[in-house]
Design a protein around this ligand. Structure first.
Ligand code: PHE
Length: 371
């Protein structure tokens, strides 16, 4: 009986070995393993029927079954390795990389023209010893108006088309700043008069007015400038702004004109125009022709503004200027309409955007807002 069973087991083992040898993939190999060695497998099930045999036979059959199991397991391991190698080889054959092929075009993002303008301004003013600071978009009435010599009933308030926020618990109505000038006040308030010689700041940032057409947007950008020290005069203002205009527009002899104007927070005040030619077809050539284009507002910081922040105007004087960054960008690159600046239209960005030449994350453009 025992000899018969042993024969049966050995035959079975040979059959399984043949199956393993002839099997063609990992899945069918796994089926063979389960059919032979699984809980109800053809080999395993013989261990369950040992009850009818005496102890010696039980041991003999038991060890034979274990031997067969080991042998089959071993064969399966060898076959598995064979398949895995085959799969790898197949992959290597298919997934060839030809390093001699020309690379595919990378779809590189571009810098938003406004980010580029801010970068350029920062670079130009940094060369003249300016540092960059910023301030909050949501301002109190005091910083946006009163401290800038625009008291409550001042007509200049009407011109600003201000966005007011809901009154807070103290009944105070904050505003979305209508210009970057409130940061002048915040900056001057921080001056330590004991250890103070001169400051030169530019303040690029977002500003808001409820105005919307081809050349006005409810959210736009300005860059403020502030220089404060002893004996600062109108000559410094003129020198600084002429230098800026010629650098920004890359025109060494660009005509720059200072036209008397009025701002409540500067006295005297001047608007700055650059020379250009406006052709009948609407095109514009900067630096040529007989026409003038206004590009920024400026003036000597009003003595009343200085007094308001505790600075003695007989000891310190300063000048300030402010310009619209969208306008500057449109003029320099011939962009006719303001609205697409904020549409995130990839075609527009591709057309007017700039490939960043170095690490884009280093650009000072208002991070995250523009692609
Ligand atoms: N804040 C002014 C404006 O928004 C510009 C300006 C700034 C003028 C500083 C003079 C000095 O129009």
């Amino acid at each position: 009986m025992i000899a018969e069973l042993k024969d049966k087991l050995l035959n079975l083992s040979d059959d399984i070995s043949l199956l393993i040898l002839g099997c063609s993939n990992l899945n069918s190999l796994d089926d063979i393993r389960i059919n032979a060695l699984g809980k109800k497998g053809s080999i395993t099930s013989h261990l369950k029927n040992l009850r009818e045999y005496d102890d010696v036979s039980k041991r003999e059959i038991g060890s034979l079954v274990n031997e067969i199991k080991d042998k089959i397991n071993q064969e399966i391991v060898v076959k598995t390795q064979f398949f895995k190698k085959e799969i790898l080889q197949e992959k290597l054959n298919i997934e060839k990389i030809d390093v001699t092929l020309t690379p595919q075009d990378n779809d590189t993002g571009t810098l938003h023209p406004l980010s580029r303008t801010i970068d350029e301004l920062c670079a130009i003013f940094a060369d003249m010893g300016f540092s960059i600071v910023d301030g909050p978009d949501i301002e109190s009435d005091y910083y946006n108006f009163t401290a800038l010599n625009i008291p409550t009933e001042h007509p200049a308030r009407q011109e600003h088309d201000t966005f007011y926020l809901q009154p807070n618990n103290d009944g105070e109505r904050k505003v979305l700043r209508t210009h970057t000038s409130p940061v002048q006040i915040r900056t001057m308030e921080k001056i330590d008069l004991e250890n103070f010689d001169e400051i030169r700041y530019i303040i690029p940032g977002r500003t808001y007015r409820s105005d919307h057409d081809a050349t006005h947007s409810p959210m736009f950008h300005q860059c403020e400038g502030l220089v404060l020290g002893k004996n600062i005069n109108m000559g410094h203002l003129k020198g600084c702004l002429i230098e800026f205009c010629r650098n920004y527009f890359n025109a060494e002899n660009l005509p720059v004109r200072f036209r008397p104007s009025y701002f409540p927070f500067t006295e005297p005040s001047a608007e700055v125009d650059i020379g250009c030619r406006k052709d009948k077809d609407g095109s514009l050539s900067i630096g040529e022709g007989e026409d003038w284009l206004e590009i920024l507002g400026s003036g000597m910081v009003h003595p009343r503004v200085l007094e308001g922040v505790g600075i003695d105007p007989t000891v310190y004087q300063g000048f300030a200027f402010g310009m619209g960054l969208e306008r500057l960008t449109m003029l320099k690159y011939g962009i006719p309409d303001l609205r697409p600046f904020y549409d995130s239209d990839l075609r527009w960005l591709k057309h007017y955007g700039f490939i960043p030449v170095d690490n884009p994350s280093l650009h000072s453009g208002l991070n995250g807002v523009f692609s």
